[in-house]
Design a protein around this ligand. Structure first.
Ligand code: MN
Length: 146
């Protein structure tokens, strides 16, 4: 189908609301909708993620990149070694092998579009050494959830 009708409240007609990931406890209260699932001439996916208040995505890094645009609410993200505040229509580029985690910190749903390549490597989560390194920055230490 070449169009997907927004039906209000950040849902789209005939687009199922999926679990963020199939399993794990390293994320909380987050859903996923696939708005574009790639084609022969555009090998990318456009997803909409929504994090409920106080929820968060996985702390991870990988070779593939993300381009994210916030379209609902506000929140914060770890990007590399920085914790940044994000508001509606801000755009974030997560570069290769950059630690990242999104959190709905502001008592409201935090929703964003995320563009990603269809073929991509598996995310890596931090081990003890990586966590120790990340936690050298007090703002990061306070922020991250594992
Ligand atoms: Mn990621």
């Amino acid at each position: 189908m070449s169009s997907k009708k927004h039906q209000g409240d950040f849902t789209w007609k005939n687009v199922p609301i999926l679990k963020y990931k199939e399993e794990g406890t390293h994320f909380k209260d987050i859903t996923r909708q696939i708005l574009f699932d790639g084609s022969d001439d555009l090998k990318g996916q456009l997803r909409y993620f929504e994090i409920a208040p106080n929820g968060h995505s996985t702390l991870e890094r990988h070779e593939h990149v993300h381009v994210v645009m916030i379209i609902q609410g506000s929140g914060k993200a770890l990007v590399g070694t920085e914790v940044i505040a994000l508001e509606k229509f801000d755009v974030v580029h997560i570069q290769p092998q950059t630690w990242h985690q999104f959190q709905a910190t502001n008592n409201e749903p935090f929703g964003f579009l995320c563009l990603v390549a269809t073929e991509r490597d598996k995310p890596e989560r931090p081990g003890k050494a990586e966590l120790d390194e990340l936690r050298k920055n007090p703002a990061v230490a306070q922020f991250i959830k594992t």
